[in-house]
Structures are given as structure tokens and as C-alpha cells.
Design a protein around this ligand. Structure first.
Ligand SMILES: Cc1ncc(COP(=O)(O)O)c(C=O)c1O
Length: 420
């Protein structure tokens, strides 16, 4: 199409503006410490500076960058600032930003293998790389004889919801998918578990009243004896226990639940064990922190958030299952328009069956390109080193987080007994 008739930016204009945007981002990162970390604007202040209606004529891109500088920047809380210590770390990195850009540039859909084979195969391959990098059990590999595998989800909330749905279906032999829940299914977590599990109970139709929040010990870890008692009492009451969420690194205190002991209870009662390592799983990149994954080899599913401190842009959660057939059977619906030869051959992975949505957000689709470049130019050794308590660069935020885990460990073993 002649350029005069196209609604798109010309390739030359895109190149020029793209360079300007990359320059702006590089400058932003080099001056980030000059901004107050917390935005100081008042509610409504940013909106009051925006035009009330969408502009009739498009603006020059330079002008838009000017507005970002003049209007938007003052309303930004600078999560990437080395002085940011709120909520949780959500690191970006140069390679991950460029990976995001490549992903947007390719603009592919990875819902089926056949809608973009490289998208699926890169994701599967990168997630298999991560299994030994984190010292996770081999059953999570896509090539494992157990039939496991990993998928990129947007967030830990989505991953835990998928785990809960698969647990619900395994327990009811897929009847709840057809008929709905009858109010008897029960799930377990601790008083310290992230609120996403309660939300998942609501979305899954199991009801938040059927989530048992098991008491924690003085180190904020779930008490297995209390869990066992509650499961037995629910069975006696005619209820159907089906799912336990154990946490590796709770949001409030980085506490680690005793996964191995919890797994024993799950095995005795045929409960699905999901491990939520959203906050702290990344620490296991360092062999000295692999102890956090003790017992994970007994879990049915596991997730962690590379977007927290593995140099990967938000949003990126990695979710593994030990046996993918339960997940796929839970989430798969096959209308005529999605049928294709590759799917029918059974030789490919179609990630649409591994998560809630059908289509995959462009950068989620190729989020593996973010995980991938953030490891590739960096390399495993450097990624590990930056998470080590004795990193080459003491300013690394990830190393700060690893130190935080060490500090939490010290707090658990020394300070807590004094306070209790
Ligand atoms: C332990 C834990 N689980 C789940 C979540 C939810 O994360 P997401 O925003 O990826 O849903 C968090 C967030 O901080 C968390 O710390």
C-alpha cells in the first residue's frame, strides 16, 4: 500500500521515533535516583492535565514524549529506583525491555502451536532450562516421563487459580466442570498465605467459606499438625478436602512452609499440593538457597514470579505441573475454528489449554523472550552471582533481596524466639 494511504507510521518514522524512545528510557534509568521514589501528586492531578476529549488530530510523537516528561513522570512511583523498598521488587532490565520490544514488534499470537510454532517452542524450551537452574524436580520438565511441563502465566494469582481448578476437577473426576460445585469441596492454606488463594476460591466457585486458613507457628510457617487435624475434622463432617497451598516465601515475612510434611498429609488424603513460591523462588538460582525448595518434588504444581527479582519485566509468572493432563482436561474446550492438524497429531503443546484466557497478550506470549534474553546476554553464571549474598555488584537489587531472605532467616531463628 502506498505510504500516503496507510494508517501506519512509516518504517523510517518508526525507526526515528523508536531510537528516541530507547534514548528516553536509557536517560530515565540514568537519572532515576534524582526523582522522589513516591509520586507526590494529589488524586486527580494527572487527569486534570489531560485533554477532556480524545484529540481529533494525532499529535507528533516528539510532543507525546514531551508530555510524558512534563505530565506523566510526576505521577510515577519509581519502582525501578534503587531507593524503592515498598511492596515487592518488580525489576526490569535492559535485555527484558528489549525482549518486550521484540515481542511487540513480532506481534504474534501463541494460543496454539500452529498460530506461531516458535513462540510455543521457545517458551517450552526456556521453561525447561529453568528447572535445573532452580533445582526443581525433573517431573516439571516438558520431556519428563511423568508428563509434566511449564507455562508462562501473567501472575501468580492466575497460576494458583489454574492449580485450584485442576485440583477441583481431579477430585470430582471432572464432574464439577460439567455440573458446578455442590459446596462440599474444601481447600487449605495458612493465615499467612497470599490473598490470591481466597480470590481463587471465589472465582472457582468453591466459596471463600470453604478455605481453611491453618494457624502458623512462631516463624509464620503453616503448622502441619493443625492442617492434619482440620482435614480429618472436615472429612468427618462429610466435606471433601481437595487442595492445599504451601508458600515458599510469604508476602509479609518470607516465611517458608514445611512443604515436605505438608506433602505427606496431602498424599495420605489425595489432596493436590500447590507450592506458591511467587516471592522467593528466584533465590534458588543460588545453590546455597536451594533448601527453600525442600519437598517441592512431592508437589503437584509450583509457581514463581521471575517478574519479582529475576530481571524480567512485569508480568511474568512461571507455572509448572507434575502431570499436565489434569490441567489440560480441566481447561480445554475445542470449538471447530481452533481445530488444526498439529493439535490433532498430539505432537504439540497448545498453551491455550494451560491458562484461563485463549489469546495471549503479545508480550506474555513472548515473555519467554524476556526471560530468555535476560539470561542469555547475562548468562546463568551472572544471573546466579547477582542473586548471591556475595555478589560482584553490591548495588544489585536482586542481591539485596537475597540478603533479605538471609535476614529473614536470621529473624526467624534469632529474633522471633526473643519476641515470643
Ligand atoms: C507469596 C505471593 N503469592 C502470590 C502473590 C501474587 O502475585 P501476582 O501479582 O503475581 O498475582 C504475591 C505477590 O506479592 C506473593 O507475594
Amino acid at each position: 500500500m502506498p505510504e500516503s494511504k496507510s494508517f501506519h507510521m512509516s518504517p523510517e518514522e518508526f525507526r526515528r521515533q523508536g531510537h528516541a524512545v530507547v534514548d528516553w528510557i536509557a536517560d530515565y534509568h540514568s537519572r532515576i535516583e534524582s526523582f522522589p521514589v513516591l509520586s507526590r501528586v494529589q488524586p486527580g492531578e494527572i487527569r486534570s492535565k489531560l485533554p477532556p476529549n480524545a484529540p481529533e488530530q494525532g499529535e507528533a510523537f516528539d510532543q507525546i514524549l514531551g508530555d510524558i516528561e512534563r505530565v506523566i513522570l510526576r505521577g510515577i512511583t519509581h519502582w525501578q529506583s534503587p531507593n524503592f523498598y515498598a511492596y515487592f521488587p518488580a525489576n526490569v532490565s535492559g535485555p527484558a525491555i528489549l525482549g518486550d520490544l521484540l515481542s511487540s514488534g513480532l506481534g504474534v499470537q501463541g494460543m496454539l502451536w500452529s498460530t506461531s510454532p516458535a513462540c510455543t517452542e521457545l517458551e517450552t524450551h526456556v521453561l525447561d532450562w529453568l528447572v535445573p537452574m532452580l533445582g526443581l524436580p525433573e517431573k516439571f520438565l516438558s520431556t519428563s516421563s511423568a508428563g509434566g511441563g511449564g507455562v508462562i502465566q501473567d501472575t501468580a494469582s492466575s497460576a494458583s487459580l489454574c492449580a485450584l481448578l485442576a485440583a477441583r476437577e481431579r477430585t470430582t473426576n471432572f464432574a464439577s466442570n460439567r455440573k458446578g460445585c455442590d459446596g462440599r469441596l474444601v481447600a487449605y492454606c495458612s493465615t499467612q498465605t497470599h490473598s490470591s488463594i481466597e480470590k481463587a476460591m471465589k472465582i472457582a466457585g468453591m466459596g471463600s467459606d470453604n478455605l481453611r486458613q491453618i494457624e502458623a507457628d512462631r516463624n509464620f510457617a503453616m503448622r502441619p499438625d493443625a492442617l492434619a487435624r482440620q482435614v480429618e475434622s472436615d472429612i468427618k463432617a462429610g466435606l471433601i478436602p481437595c487442595f492445599v497451598c504451601a508458600t515458599v516465601g510469604t508476602t509479609s515475612s518470607n516465611a517458608i512452609d514445611p512443604v515436605r510434611e505438608i506433602a505427606r498429609i496431602c498424599r495420605d488424603h489425595n489432596l493436590w499440593l500447590h507450592v506458591d513460591a511467587a516471592m522467593s523462588g528466584t533465590a534458588a538460582l543460588c545453590p546455597e538457597f536451594r533448601f527453600i525448595h525442600d519437598g517441592v518434588e512431592l508437589a503437584d504444581s509450583y509457581c514463581f514470579n521471575p517478574h519479582k527479582w529475576m530481571f524480567t519485566n512485569f508480568d511474568c509468572n512461571v507455572f509448572y505441573v507434575a502431570d499436565r493432563k489434569h490441567l489440560i482436561q480441566t481447561l480445554s474446550v475445542l470449538p471447530e475454528y481452533l481445530r488444526n492438524q498439529a493439535t490433532e497429531s498430539g505432537a504439540v503443546i497448545d498453551y491455550r489449554d494451560w491458562h484461563i484466557q485463549l489469546g495471549r497478550r503479545c508480550s506474555t506470549t513472548f515473555a519467554s523472550t524476556c526471560v530468555w534474553p535476560s539470561n542469555s546476554p547475562t548468562g546463568c553464571a551472572k544471573t546466579r552471582a547477582s542473586n548471591s549474598p556475595r555478589p560482584p555488584s553490591s548495588t544489585s537489587y536482586a542481591s539485596g533481596c537475597a540478603r533479605q531472605i538471609v535476614r529473614t532467616e536470621i529473624m526467624r531463628t534469632r529474633i522471633m524466639p526473643i519476641n515470643s
